[in-house]
Design a protein around this ligand. Structure first.
Ligand SMILES: [Mg+2]
Ligand SMILES: [Zn+2]
Length: 98
């Protein structure tokens, strides 16, 4: 599945509710899922991690839908190189993450 297709699935599934709630409220749900991912990374099974990565990605996609951002288009710049140093294998120092 392409990122664009995934975003369309999430759009059909959640956009009516999420547009009503708005970006700020939806962002809180996204952050709750980020917290669940932190928990899975700390002491979850591989299946737990997969589940929480999926949840975080789905909530990220739904915020992008509310904001009219095409994630596939947005991330395309990474195929050209690191946004910090322009290289395909990043040579930025840790303090320079984009
Ligand atoms: Mg979750
Ligand atoms: Zn870099």
């Amino acid at each position: 599945m392409r990122i664009r297709e995934f975003q369309d699935v999430i759009d059909r599934m959640y956009s009516a509710k999420d547009r009503k709630r708005g970006s700020a409220g939806t962002f809180l749900w996204f952050m709750e899922e980020v917290g669940e991912l932190a928990g899975a990374l700390a002491n979850g099974s591989h299946a737990d991690k997969e589940g929480e990565f999926a949840d975080v990605f789905a909530w990220l996609a739904t915020i992008a839908n509310v904001e009219g951002v095409d994630l596939e288009k947005a991330v395309a710049k990474y195929a050209e190189g690191c946004p910090g140093c322009g290289k395909l294998v990043c040579v930025c120092g840790d303090e320079e993450k984009p």
